[in-house]
Design a protein around this ligand. Structure first.
Ligand SMILES: [Zn+2]
Length: 365
């Protein structure tokens, strides 16, 4: 079975396929971390199955068996990759597990390579080895460079008969309009909080408070949250938030928070750049929500803090900090080593409540 939050999207694919109204290309809009890759693989398996049972692949025919063994000659997945893994040939695969990992990681620094798209076009025009059509998945299709997508546009617009191209992207708008216009479009809905908690429980993560922290960091994406929790991100986040709150309320020097955020263990940062951005973004977000009267028990990061002082940070500064967050969290290898500290200190200083206008007036009167 596929995860509960994917079932509705799967049913709309299966209905269209079984009723014979499925075009040759499908776009699944799914954020990373919701197992869009698993849905794509299940759709491809159903498409290739010789004798589906209702909306499910039979699991017994030759096609289903080859699919489960990652050896189906009529199935291929293109992954987004960097140059190194592209050279090693690790981005044109039949391996469903590799597809899941690639689709769920969503690293924006990777690309879908033009040579793979060309290979895909050739793959789709060759006759099917198992005689039941061909299916291909492009993970992170939004990372196709526009030139590359144009080069194989004809394949996307009019795939050869008996073939299916499934593109995974975070949104329809992230793909070329010409690609989107002819495709069958399915949006994967967000997991409900109950579905997300249930998934985390199934991964052996049973503390609802910790799970709520992991989920809020990644916009409720269950798989990403499980990964964060398993990597130990939750206690780091909670400690980080207490440093941030103390710094903003002038109960501890800003440098303490900066040091914690940028601490290193050997060569590696204790808090990865990605996690730092997730923590700071959610911290600002929850503080704004609290100021807009969201009850504190609905705010996983700020839940345990005394917010009387902290909520004195003016909303305008929080919005400004959201806008400038990308400068603090951008990876800029050309900046001298001291600069990240200075940048982060300035950014946090701008949020301290002592610096709020009005404080000085109190002192001067
Ligand atoms: Zn089958």
């Amino acid at each position: 079975m596929i995860e509960s939050w994917l079932q509705e999207a799967y049913r709309s694919f299966a209905d269209a396929l079984l009723q014979g109204r499925l075009p040759g290309s499908v776009i699944l809009a799914a954020r990373p971390g919701v197992r869009g890759g698993a849905l794509a693989a299940r759709c491809a398996k159903l498409f290739l199955c010789h004798s589906p049972r209702g909306a499910e692949p039979c699991g017994e025919c030759r096609s289903c068996r080859m699919f489960e063994e990652n050896s189906h000659p009529d199935f291929a997945a293109i992954l987004s990759s960097n140059r190194e893994s592209a050279l090693a040939g690790a981005d044109f695969v039949r391996d469903v597990e590799a597809l899941l990992n690639n689709a769920d990681n969503g690293d924006r620094r990777l690309a879908v390579r033009i040579e793979n798209l060309r290979r895909l076009s050739t793959f789709l025009t060759e006759s099917a080895a198992a005689g039941h059509g061909k299916a291909a998945v492009i993970a992170n299709a939004h990372l196709m460079p526009p030139g590359a997508a144009n080069a194989v546009l004809k394949t996307f617009e009019e795939p050869p008969g008996g073939t299916l191209i499934i593109m995974l992207a975070p949104s329809f708008a992230s793909l070329l309009p010409t690609v989107v216009s002819r495709a069958f479009k399915i949006r994967i809905p967000e997991a409900t909080p109950a579905q997300a908690q249930e998934y985390l429980n199934s991964q052996g993560l049973s503390d609802p408070v910790q799970n709520a922290v992991a989920l809020c960091l990644c916009g409720n994406a269950p798989v990403k949250a499980a990964q964060l929790a398993q990597e130990g991100a939750v206690p780091l986040t909670q400690e980080c938030v207490s440093y941030l709150a103390a710094a903003l309320c002038n109960q501890a020097p800003v440098d303490k928070a900066v040091e914690f955020l940028l601490a290193r263990k050997g060569k590696d940062p204790v808090i990865s750049l990605t996690l730092r951005e997730l923590i700071l973004r959610e911290f600002l977000n929850e503080l704004l929500q609290y100021k807009a009267h969201t009850p504190q028990d609905k705010l996983p990061l700020l839940g345990g803090l005394d917010l009387k002082l902290l909520c004195q940070v003016p909303a305008q500064r929080l919005f400004e900090a959201q806008r400038t967050l990308r400068f603090v969290c951008d990876q800029q290898p050309l900046i001298p080593a001291r600069a990240p500290h200075a940048l982060l200190r300035t950014w946090l200083d701008s949020l301290r409540i002592a610096a709020a206008p009005g404080r000085f007036e109190v002192h001067s009167s």
